[in-house]
Write a protein that binds this ligand. Structure first.
Ligand code: SF4
Length: 100
């Protein structure tokens, strides 16, 4: 065994083994889409009238910046005074009103 191959086994292999777990932690995306507890009217308001989306397509309109948003804590879904169900801080809807 050469010095180089020994070094590779000591340093590279443990790093390679830890890499998938580290990447899984980085790619974790908060999802706030469970609407199973909503009434039909609340679900309709959320999806059809407000057109809530879990990931805003407009960088200027995120739920976390909306006057109706109640934060749920670090890495947690929040809630909304208007739209029922779990609300993603990075979500958005047609009823967005920017905090002043
Ligand atoms: S009104 Fe819409 S944009 Fe504002 S917090 Fe509620 S769901 Fe998000």
């Amino acid at each position: 065994m050469t010095r180089r191959s020994a070094l590779a086994r000591v340093v590279v292999l443990p790093l390679a083994a830890a890499l998938p777990a580290a990447l899984a932690g980085c790619s974790k995306t908060l999802r706030c889409e469970d609407t199973s507890g909503l009434s039909p009217d609340d679900a309709r308001l959320r999806t059809e009238i407000a057109a809530y989306v879990d990931q805003s397509q407009d960088p200027a309109k995120h739920c976390k910046d909306c006057v109706q948003f109640n934060p749920g804590g670090k890495d947690a879904c929040g809630s909304c005074k208007v739209v029922k169900g779990p609300i993603n801080p990075n979500g958005s809807c047609k009823l967005f009103v920017k905090k002043t």
